[in-house]
Design a protein around this ligand. Structure first.
Ligand SMILES: *[C@@H]1O[C@H](CO)[C@@H](O)[C@H](O)[C@H]1NC(C)=O
Ligand SMILES: *[C@@H]1O[C@H](CO)[C@@H](O)[C@H](O)[C@H]1NC(C)=O
Ligand SMILES: *[C@@H]1O[C@H](CO)[C@@H](O)[C@H](O)[C@H]1NC(C)=O
Ligand SMILES: *[C@@H]1O[C@H](CO)[C@@H](O)[C@H](O)[C@H]1NC(C)=O
Ligand SMILES: *[C@@H]1O[C@H](CO)[C@@H](O)[C@H](O)[C@H]1NC(C)=O
Ligand SMILES: *[C@@H]1O[C@H](CO)[C@@H](O)[C@H](O)[C@H]1NC(C)=O
Ligand SMILES: *[C@@H]1O[C@H](CO)[C@@H](O)[C@H](O)[C@H]1NC(C)=O
Length: 776
């Protein structure tokens, strides 16, 4: 057994962890950044190191004396949970003793030169979620045992030298979302089990030697297996989005069950020997962006239903088949001749392949269409006519080209200017790149410490703003999530990332959210807002299917509403704390109104969150900017939680700074009375009830009893009464009478001069990294 060597300082830091780890595993090692590792995992790593050849010496740090980090290793509770060593120039083989690292969740060795077999012992890893072995020299068959990895979500062994078949058992990994075995020499047929897997989102088996028919067994929109990742919670069920079986030797027809996969975005079946016709029902695949059927033996006509897809389709190719008839006009207009060429009997997609019967005769042609059809196109044009026609076509094409150029220039200009804007906002974007993942740590040609992770399995986009959080789209989507609440805007989840950190994730309702471009522009503005009393937006994620997630700080103390109304018995909240909350909320709102010109529109005690020191942070501000105008005028303005809604909102349906102040007034009343505005008394809402009591006779009945017993730190003199007057002023029926938020803050500070810490007593709000290029 090896001894533990560490500086005394480190030992102090390590001792508690060490004790528990030793308790569980018997023997432990210290390694690196305060990492303690079990004997089994230590030996496993040594065996892996032994079998790999490491010309650049990255693995030298895997030694028992090393107090620096073990390169590429991440441990939790004494077990290796991740090995991340892409682009390290590694060769040799991968030891079967990898199976000893029983807590391994991620194995990322892509872009090396590792050969030999993929160890079947990987099947012993029940927690393995990501297995990235692409761009190496692995040979032999894909071990069937990998189907035992119950947690596996992504398996990419593309671009190796693999042979054998696709193991049907992979379908036993019921969470597998991404399977990529492209660019190998895999033979046999496509297992129906795989095609029927309800969990797959990406299936890529292109550039192999697969044969036989494509099984007609595609799983439609079946329910996903029950589990709790954020991704599953938000999508409810999985759907195949990418199907790439191109460049194999598959024959037979295009399976009809394909048309049932409503979420398909990419269908690439090019370069096979498929025959039969193009199923008419493919026209129902509304989200299809790429359809490549080129280089097969498909006959019949291009179904007219495919023209339904034209608007969405970005790439379409049916060249080199045996198609006949007329190309649907919209497809012919959108895609060039090379998408259709090589089909001898296909017409109507270029000047050189005219259809025999032109349906629109030119006025100079006297023959009726029917006559012409019966004669075919026998009529000869005069040379003069021909010259005119050709000149007309050429001019037409030139004009079209010019228009396209203009449009292209316009678009690229816009895009580049918006990306400069994004950079100036200190954002970092990690975009899904087909499983290409890099990890920090000084790989060749990489900046040390940068992490350009594989994005979400489904190819989304994650944009980070200023802040301490570092996670990838994968991390985010794989986080375990529980629903915290639902609102008009969407659903909020508490998400636990792999490293144990917590974030709040808000999934916006897609139907009422702005389009990608506008959304990103507005989110970039919101992402820069930083104030101690405003909950910062840390990142957003745009999913490939239009999902929009906002990532925010998680507030362990929950909302003010919970804090006030859902607390345990005998846990009074003193006056000092209540005033801190009132002032902080007013301060945040004043900053929003005055410095950001943002109206909240839905300020409630549920939207005021509390940090560890019960400093308030307003959440959900500016969300209306992310929503469509229609949604804002129809739904959102009127949807403000009852009890907090200014009376004029029911008519005007337009939130303003003054309606926000009304809500602030209700919150202050809530703090004073301890009553929830949701419950009415004798048909009166909270402001009405308070006003009625004040009117009849000044009694201390309105105040929360707790405040009456408050000791030394309790309300002094007229503090309660003055605060009540101010709150009633805020909830005046007439908007013009209400003070603005800054005035409310000023008066609150006058009533009880600030002693609160944490949130700060001055307005130190600022716009983070505001040196924007000014394109907003
Ligand atoms: C052990 O690892 C540390 C870094 O963690 C390295 O500096 C040291 O050179 C290594 N020792 C040997 C003998 O390679
Ligand atoms: C997959 O799981 C089923 C039952 O869970 C089992 O019967 C079958 O043998 C497994 N397939 C393979 C190839 O391991
Ligand atoms: C398609 O090809 C298969 C096998 O190559 C053949 O048996 C079948 O008859 C063909 N079908 C059509 C419609 O050509
Ligand atoms: C698709 O096109 C077909 C024929 O062109 C048409 O009958 C059908 O209504 C269209 N379907 C949709 C969903 O637009
Ligand atoms: C191509 O399709 C036509 C029918 O459109 C058929 O008669 C012919 O045999 C096909 N040719 C090949 C090589 O499959
Ligand atoms: C369509 O596929 C053929 C190969 O079959 C290729 O040569 C051609 O460039 C492709 N056209 C487009 C527009 O992708
Ligand atoms: C599969 O792997 C290939 C080769 O590495 C890559 O080009 C492709 O983008 C991957 N496809 C998916 C869906 O991940």
């Amino acid at each position: 057994m090896l001894t533990l060597r560490a500086s005394s300082l480190l030992l102090i830091f390590l001792l508690p962890t060490l004790a528990t780890a030793a308790h569980h595993h018997g023997h432990v090692h210290a390694a690196g950044d305060g990492v303690v590792i079990s004997q089994a995992d230590y030996q496993g790593l040594q065996a892996i190191k032994h079998d790999l050849s490491d010309p650049y010496g990255y693995l030298r740090s895997w030694n028992d004396s090393g107090l620096g980090a073990w390169s590429g290793i991440k441990c939790v509770n004494g077990n290796v949970v991740a090995i991340t060593l892409p682009w390290r120039g590694l060769s040799g083989t991968l030891s079967h003793r990898i199976g000893q690292l029983t807590k391994l969740r991620r194995l990322s060795l892509h872009d090396n030169a590792i050969g030999g077999l993929i160890p079947s012992s990987l099947g012993f890893l029940p927690d393995l979620r990501g297995l990235y072995l692409f761009n190496n020299r692995f040979s032999g068959a894909v071990p069937a045992s990998i189907g035992n990895c119950a947690a596996l979500q992504a398996f990419d062994a593309s671009n190796n030298l693999l042979t054998g078949g696709v193991p049907p058992s992979l379908a036993n990994s019921t969470k597998l979302m991404r399977l990529n075995l492209s660019h190998n020499a895999i033979s046999g047929d496509v297992p129906p089990e795989i095609v029927a897997s309800p969990s797959l989102v990406f299936l890529a088996l292109s550039h192999n030697k697969l044969s036989g028919q494509i099984p007609d067994a595609f799983a439609g929109s079946r329910r996903a297996p029950s589990s709790s990742s954020l991704k599953e919670s938000i999508t409810g069920s999985y759907h195949l989005a990418v199907l790439d079986l191109s460049h194999n030797s598959l024959d037979g027809p295009i399976p009809a069950s394909l048309a049932g996969l409503q979420k398909l975005q990419v269908v690439d079946l090019a370069g096979n020997r498929l025959n039969g016709t193009i199923p008419d029902k493919l026209g129902a695949l509304a989200e299809l962006k790429t359809l490549d059927l080129s280089g097969n033996d498909i006959s019949g006509e291009i179904p007219a239903s495919l023209s339904n897809l034209t608007a969405n389709l970005q790439s379409f190719n049916v060249s080199n088949n045996n198609l006949s008839g007329e190309v649907p006009v919209s497809l012919a207009q959108k895609f060039g001749p090379s998408s259709f060429a090589g089909n001898i009997q296909l017409c109507g997609y270029s000047a050189s392949a005219p259809c025999p019967a032109s349906p629109s005769p030119s006025p100079s042609v006297p023959a009726s269409p029917a006559q012409e059809e019966s004669k075919g196109v026998r009529r000869r044009f005069s040379t003069k006519e021909l010259a005119f026609i050709i000149a007309g076509i050429v001019v037409g094409i030139l004009i079209l080209l010019a228009l396209c150029c203009l449009l292209l220039c316009f678009l690229t200009k816009k895009r580049s200017s918006s990306s400069t804007g994004a950079r100036s906002g200190k954002q970092t974007t990690s975009k899904a790149a087909g499983g290409a993942a890099a990890a920090g740590g000084g790989g060749r040609g990489e900046k040390p410490g940068t992490e350009v992770e594989s994005g979400g399995e489904v190819g989304g986009k994650l944009v980070h703003f200023d802040g301490p959080m570092a996670f990838t789209a994968d991390d985010l989507l794989c986080a375990t999530a529980e629903i915290m609440g639902k609102s008009t805007y969407g659903t909020v989840y508490k998400a636990t990332l792999e490293d144990g950190s917590l974030v709040a994730v808000k999934r916006l309702r897609e139907k009422i959210t702005k389009g990608h471009k506008d959304f990103e522009a507005e989110a970039a503005v919101l992402g820069k807002i930083r104030h101690p009393n405003l909950l910062p937006l840390r990142a957003y994620y745009l999913g490939p299917k239009g999902e929009k997630l906002l990532v925010l700080d998680f507030m362990p103390n929950g909302s003010l509403s919970q804090f006030l109304h859902a607390r345990a018995p005998n846990t009074p909240i003193n006056w000092e704390t209540r005033m801190t909350i009132a002032k902080g909320t007013a301060r945040g709102l004043a900053f929003l109104h005055d410095d950001m010109s943002i109206v909240h529109g839905n300020l409630t005690a549920s939207n005021v969150l509390l940090d560890d020191h019960t400093n308030p942070k307003i959440a959900d501000f500016g969300l209306s900017r992310l929503m469509t105008t229609a949604a804002n005028s129809n739904v959102l303005a009127a949807a403000g939680a009852l009890g907090y809604r200014a009376p004029e909102l029911s008519k005007l349906k337009k939130a303003s700074a003054k309606t926000d102040v009304y809500s602030l007034g209700v919150i202050i009343l809530e703090l004073l009375t301890g009553k929830s505005p949701a419950e009415t008394t004798n048909g009166m809402d909270l402001p009405q009830w308070v006003a009625s009591i004040v009117k009849e006779e000044w009694t201390s009945e309105v105040f929360d009893l707790e405040l009456m017993r408050d000791g030394d730190n309790g309300p002094a003199g007229d503090e309660l009464v003055d605060t009540l007057k101010l709150a009633l002023h805020c909830v005046d029926q007439s908007a013009s009478v209400r003070p603005d938020a800054r005035e409310v803050l000023r008066q609150l500070e006058q009533i009880r001069p600030g002693t609160e810490g944490g949130a700060g007593t001055s307005d130190e709000g600022h716009v983070a990294a505001a040196s924007s290029a000014g394109n907003e």
